[in-house]
Design a protein around this ligand. Structure first.
Ligand code: NAD
Length: 304
């Protein structure tokens, strides 16, 4: 018996039910995030779990006496107490890399949306105002990529198509990777001083928390655009507000926030921001990959 909670699981994979049937599984679907008591109830007789963003408690794991495997539908496993699950002999899998290209596409879309004020133009037009905005080209601009992992590199590949000059900062990545992607390996300070566009692709850690703060915004070009599709908290929202309000930088695009969902923020009042609800990974293709890979993780676990 497998409990499946992600909303978009199987939505675009026609054969998925047949796959479970052939493998002799009973599927129980309930769209999450599930409250803890419901999760406990449903897990009480489940052998496997495919989990989305539900917060899995240690108590829920205790209640799951038959549970042998958890497959995260996605990459981040911060909602799962992995160490605790493993101490109970439960194996935990995720689906690395499934949304890299989706997030990279979205990052470029966000950069262009900010540079050309596309959401503001749309809002004006549908409100009956035929008023144009003057934007900034991204062609041949300098993009600074903070964190040169899978998504940072996918952004670099796309930026090349715009003839951008690519700077990247990531002390944990070898020189060869920078060379291969035609990016200049620079220090953090060089990147923020020289970039027209600063794009954040590093995880939230003690080291990266509020890495982009007022002091850093002050060192950026006044025409700079900052976008964050990685994790809220790497950019200080309060300091970003000050920077945008005081014109220290030109504009910003955020897909992630330190507290999600965000209901109110001073940033909502500004005209030079584009804000979206942690949406960068949400594509049909990523959902298909997450469905296939999370299912395979469970089926191969039981067949090995
Ligand atoms: P990744 O692990 O491949 O890359 C992260 C890179 O950051 C690594 O190369 C690492 O060396 C670097 N890094 C870590 N600490 C650093 C530091 N202090 N200074 C400089 N570089 C540092 O991860 P990824 O798949 O490229 O994902 C990047 C981020 O995007 C993650 O935070 C992930 O959670 C986030 N993400 C967001 C969405 C979304 O929906 N918006 C979807 C997927 C991933």
């Amino acid at each position: 018996k497998v409990l499946i909670t992600p909303r978009s699981y199987g939505m675009y994979n026609e054969d998925i039910d047949r796959l479970w049937e052939q493998a002799g599984f009973e599927t129980v679907r309930e769209i999450g995030p599930l409250p803890d008591d419901r999760m406990r109830e449903l897990l009480s007789d489940a052998d496997a779990l495919i989990i989305g963003t539900d917060k899995l408690s240690e108590a829920a794991i205790d209640a799951a006496s038959k549970l042998k495997v958890i497959a995260k539908y996605g990459v981040g496993i911060d909602n799962i107490p992995v160490g605790y699950a493993e101490s109970k002999g439960i194996k935990v899998f995720n689906t690395p890399g499934v949304n890299t290209e989706s997030v990279a596409d979205y990052t470029l879309a966000l950069i262009l949306a900010v540079a050309r004020k596309i959401p503001q133009n749309h809002a004006n037009l549908v409100a009956g105002r035929w008023s144009k905005t003057t934007g900034m080209e991204v062609y041949r601009k300098t993009i600074g990529i903070l964190g040169f992992g899978a998504i940072g590199r996918a952004v670099a590949r796309r930026a090349k198509g715009f003839d951008m000059n690519i700077l990247a900062y990531d002390p944990y990545v070898s020189e060869a990777v920078f060379d291969e992607l035609g990016a200049d390996k620079v220090t953090f300070d060089e990147l923020i001083r020289q970039s027209d566009i600063v794009s954040v692709h590093m995880p939230l850690t003690a080291e990266t928390k509020h890495l982009l703060n007022e002091n850093v915004f002050r060192r950026m070009k006044r025409e700079a655009i900052v976008v964050n599709t990685s994790r809220g908290g790497v950019v200080s929202e309060q300091d970003l507000y000050t920077a945008l309000k005081e014109g220290l930088i030109r504009g910003a695009g955020l897909d992630v926030f330190s507290e999600e969902p965000v209901k109110h923020s001073p940033l909502f009042e500004l005209g030079n921001v584009v804000l979206t609800p942690h949406n960068a990974a949400a594509t049909i293709e990523a959902a298909q990959r997450m469905t296939t890979e999370s299912t395979q993780n469970i089926l191969s676990f039981f067949s090995s």
